[in-house]
Design a protein around this ligand. Structure first.
Ligand SMILES: [Ca+2]
Length: 538
């Protein structure tokens, strides 16, 4: 409101004032909405109370959902950081935008939604995680995490800000919010804005804010029913991955089982590289919090399943503690918008670049087209178009975000954008329009690589999932999501599913044709850039 009812208007003669008010009213009605696109890294719906998760309370995220809409079936089309971000920016699948895996560099010369918004008069900014290697384009202001190959640091993080390298003091989640508020403070109030507010948290190695260190030390989190999955009933892909809590989670980097003295004896240790960034008083707190964990582990009586359970608890304690700061900072940002009178003029989206395994199938990490990581959180608040408390089962994908923003901004959606605007769903209380898509498409490329998740593509419909693993394997999987929501029982090839299988194979082909991924197995040999087994730190 303050944009349009400035104090100078009060000095105008009455007639002029009423004319001005009339014009202002019109301007208000036709004004393009602001957009705040909040995205975290590796946050998953199991760790959000508005999705019914039983691990943690997320009151500020819940506020967005309660005052807006929650999508139950939003899917990443390639569940990995860089690729997902490229899909979001372009509204196109990986094989079209060229960023197939985390060894890629984003071709920033291509069309993106921030560029289109900027051309249409929006003030654009990106703050926080970028992870696309090339310099951001289409932003009036950018300030991105630059340490650790753009993964960024939790403590005293490095930023690359409008072309300059700077180091900030403090905790990344808080700093990114400070920077977001600073941008909003200094913005041109005559223009709508689009701000991409991207947190590093809760990405590995899950380092909580100083105020949250040890906060869950006395909490025991419920274990997922398939924490001790033996992969019976699945194929090689599930068995041959390298992302298990049992084997892959490391004692130092992930579980933080090193004392200060041990780190100082081997300062090349990766944990030390992030520990040393903390101020001494935080290091002291860290030491006291993790001393108990280290002692417990070193008693040596944890074996087999009890060791897996124990590791799971430590993983949850750290991961969920980083989510606390994310939620608090979302609250700060919402309160700030309320204070400046822009809350209801702003489309507020909260999502994460993909979901994550929190012990399901015995795993952490992502990449697989299995539900916990393929599914993204998606909650949106915009009271001018969205009924409070609505939910949607419409099959949606991260390539839909770009056309949705363009649609709300009144910009024509370019025909080469592959996603669909979610506006018809949003303005219709979440109901799925009759002509809506039947399946989400997925294609993962990064193999051979860290975590050894085989290349695969497939579709997710309301009730089923069909997956083809390829490259050094040729295996199909199909899941009946209603009967088997945890994806424990591959029904591909089972006679009772023959009819459904035929239907899904047909739908997969049609979907690939529609999205121009018509020769996925072959094309990838050209697209993939080689063996990434040595690439760490994603
Ligand atoms: Ca991620």
């Amino acid at each position: 409101m303050e944009n349009y009812y400035t104090p100078s208007a009060l000095l105008l003669p009455l007639a002029a004032l009423s004319l001005a008010s009339c014009g202002n009213q019109k301007k208000e009605e036709t004004r393009q909405p602001n957009i705040i696109f909040m995205m975290t890294d590796d946050h998953t719906t199991q760790a959000m109370s508005c999705y019914g998760g039983n691990l943690i309370q997320t009151p500020n995220m819940d506020r967005i959902a309660n005052e807006g809409i929650r999508f139950n079936n939003c899917y990443a089309v390639n569940a990995l950081s860089g690729p997902s971000r490229a899909c979001i920016l372009t509204g196109k699948f990986s094989h079209e935008n060229g960023f197939t895996d985390n060894a890629s560099t984003f071709n920033g010369d291509q069309q993106t939604f921030p560029k289109l918004l900027q051309q249409a008069g929006y003030q654009t900014a990106i703050i926080g995680k970028w992870h696309l290697i090339s310099e951001p384009q289409g932003f009036d202001h950018w300030s991105i995490l630059s340490g650790q190959h753009e993964q960024g640091d939790y403590y005293d993080p490095d930023f690359w800000e409008n072309g300059k390298h700077i180091v900030e003091k403090g905790y990344a989640t808080d700093i990114i919010t400070d920077k977001a508020i600073e941008f909003l403070e200094g913005r041109d109030k005559n223009k709508p804005f689009c701000m991409m507010y991207h947190q590093k948290a809760p990405h590995r190695n899950w380092m909580p804010a100083p105020r949250h260190l040890g906060i869950f030390n006395n909490t025991t989190f419920p274990e997922p029913a398939n924490l001790f999955d033996d992969y019976e009933g699945r194929g090689r892909a599930a068995r041959e991955q390298d992302m298990s809590i049992e084997h892959t989670l490391t004692n130092d980097w992930d579980l933080k089982l090193l004392t200060r003295e041990e780190m100082l004896k081997d300062t090349t240790n990766r944990l030390y590289s992030v520990y040393k960034r903390m101020p001494i008083e935080v290091q002291d707190k860290w030491d006291s919090v993790y001393a108990g964990r280290i002692a417990e582990y070193r008693k040596g009586d944890l074996k087999g399943k009890s060791l897996i359970s124990w590791k799971y608890q430590q993983y949850m304690r750290d991961y969920l503690a980083t989510v606390l700061a994310v939620d608090e900072n979302i609250g700060r940002l919402l309160n700030y918008l309320e204070k400046i009178g822009e809350l209801d003029n702003t489309i507020i989206v909260y999502t994460s670049d993909q979901g994550f395994f929190l012990g399901e199938h015995g795993w952490f990490d992502k990449r697989f087209m299995y539900e916990e990581c393929q599914r993204m959180p998606l909650i949106i608040r915009y009271p001018k178009a969205i009924k409070a408390g609505s939910t949607s089962n419409a099959i949606s994908m991260n390539v839909d975000f770009a056309p949705t923003f363009l649609d709300f901004a009144g910009i024509e959606i370019p025909s080469d954008i592959q996603g669909a605007s979610l506006k018809p769903v949003l303005v219709n209380e979440g109901k799925t329009p009759a002509d809506w898509r039947k399946a989400a498409y997925y294609h993962y490329y990064e193999y051979p690589a860290e975590h050894s998740v085989k290349r695969h593509y497939g579709i997710r419909t309301q009730d089923f999932k069909l997956i083809h693993f390829y490259n050094d394997i040729d295996e199909w999987e199909m899941y009946d999501m209603k009967a088997d929501p945890r994806e424990m029982n591959n029904v591909f090839g089972k006679p009772e599913y023959a009819e459904k299988q035929k239907e899904l194979m047909q739908l997969l082909q049609e979907t690939q044709k529609q999205y121009k991924d018509t020769d996925p197995d072959e094309k990838e040999k050209v697209l993939f850039k080689g063996d990434r087994r040595l690439m760490k730190n994603r």
